[in-house]
Design a protein around this ligand. Structure first.
Ligand code: GRF
Length: 212
């Protein structure tokens, strides 16, 4: 990772949300936009699954949607190249991954360096990957939480923007812990996007500074 610093733009931004599932984080970001908390528009909600429930929600909310099926492409790079094309056509400033169940290639990470965020349901760098709420229960950690971070080619390893902590209780299951974490996700993801378009996020190496 380079040490050069990057500062997010202060502008009314154009967001692409990527999802593969129900899209509750997408909804939390869109609700924050509708309340006027975030100076941005969701220009497109994109999915790799045409029948993702989150896409139906987006249509209900009169948002533009797009989907591409990776099976129609020869390999990950070709798929991501097509995705980048979709985004460039829409002049996207920021991609928000919100339960997007596909690993991104370096191609898209580079094209959107410092303009690509993800939310992860654990306190990174602990528990990267999948099924992390179950892992937190299995390890008996006392605290877990959620992390919003910029995306780099190493999965779940990009600069951390914001985190929220929740206790892990003795009788927690994957479901109960996930529900407790999700409440926090819905607070910190819109907050991170708000700070981004207020021009207040500065990336220096692997650290993100929040400017006043
Ligand atoms: C969330 O737990 C998020 O942290 C993870 O995937 C899940 C997506 O949930 N990356 P939703 O589709 O936003 O409800």
């Amino acid at each position: 990772m380079t040490e050069t610093s990057y500062r997010s733009p202060k502008k009314r931004g154009r967001i692409a949300v990527f999802l593969s599932g129900r899209g509750s984080n997408f909804i939390s970001i869109h609700d924050a936009i509708l309340r006027g908390d975030i100076d941005a528009d969701i220009a497109v909600v994109f999915s790799n699954r045409r029948n993702a429930p989150g896409l139906a929600v987006a249509l209900d909310r009169n948002l533009e949607t797009a989907s591409l099926n990776h099976k129609d492409f020869e390999g990950r790079e070709a798929f991501d190249a097509a995705v980048v094309k979709e985004l460039e056509a829409r002049d996207i400033d920021l991609i928000c991954l919100a339960g997007y169940m596909r690993i991104l290639t370096p191609l898209i990470c580079r094209a959107f360096e410092n303009r690509l965020m993800n939310i992860h349901p654990a306190l990174l760098p602990s528990f990267p990957g999948l099924h992390v709420q179950q892992m937190a229960v299995d390890w008996g950690v006392r605290f877990s939480g959620a992390t919003v971070h910029f995306v780099v080619p190493d999965v779940d390893m990009g600069p951390i923007i914001t985190q929220a902590v929740v206790p892990v209780l003795q009788d927690d299951t994957e479901e109960t812990l996930s529900a407790r974490i999700l409440i926090e996700e819905h607070k910190i993801y819109p907050e991170a996007v708000r700070l981004y378009f207020e021009g207040r996020l500065e990336v220096r190496g692997r650290r993100v500074f929040i400017l006043d």
